[in-house]
Design a protein around this ligand. Structure first.
Ligand code: MN
Length: 209
């Protein structure tokens, strides 16, 4: 169980008697091996992608309205959101309307990553520390996304302003001119389903959440 402190905001925002989102836990995977990442598509009040990297026993999370792009020319705006439990990488389903984040979620992409952030002496900076400092670079090895990406803070939280970051593909052999597919047509890396199909399954009572 990740420590409660890191997930306090996550817990405060949710009523687990109403949402099927996980309260905590690792999702049953053993520790060791490369850390994981997940990209979910979340059809909430506004459509967005949720980009989450495993670090320090939680998923460090960013909402990315247009989603990650494979094109290094695309600078995708990203906003940090609260740390999520590791088990969230398995969540696909419907958050009830009226609850925090109400709407449908699919696992669009998942995989592992390798931290590639180093300080000016060339020493690796742990990912959570790198994010704290405002710049992290990492290589994704996923079902859909591959190669180097960087997250860079472009604005600190200020009076009434949230932190702003950019998620950008690095120019490497995995870069491609294609952007991100239309979220309404995109399919789950887990189940092949679209947002609409997951929502319909939930309506028909075919699945919890
Ligand atoms: Mn979201």
């Amino acid at each position: 169980m990740a420590d409660k402190g890191k997930l306090a905001r996550y817990h405060r925002r949710r009523d687990f008697s109403k949402t099927a989102e996980p309260e905590g836990g690792s999702g049953g995977r053993s520790a060791g091996g490369p850390p994981s990442y997940v990209v979910q598509i979340h059809d909430a009040r506004s459509m967005h992608f949720d980009f989450r990297l495993e670090a320090d026993g939680v998923l460090k999370s960013f909402a990315v309205p247009k989603g990650p792009s494979k094109d290094p020319q695309d600078k995708r705006f990203a906003t940090p959101t609260e740390d999520h439990p590791l088990a969230y990488r398995d969540f696909e389903g419907v958050i009830p309307q009226g609850e925090y984040g109400g709407g449908t979620v699919i696992v669009w992409d998942e995989g592992t990553y390798r931290n590639a952030t180093s300080d000016r002496d060339g020493h690796e900076v742990p990912l959570a520390e790198a994010l704290h400092q405002g710049h992290a670079s990492f290589r994704l090895d996923g079902r859909k996304l591959h190669g180097g990406y960087a997250l860079t803070r472009i604005r600190s939280a200020g009076e009434g302003e949230r932190e702003a970051w950019l998620l950008v593909k690095e120019a490497d052999e995995q870069a491609a001119p294609a952007g991100t597919p239309d979220p309404r047509r995109a399919r789950s890396a887990r189940t092949g389903r679209t947002l609409g199909q997951v929502a319909a399954a939930a309506r028909s009572g075919g699945e919890r959440g």
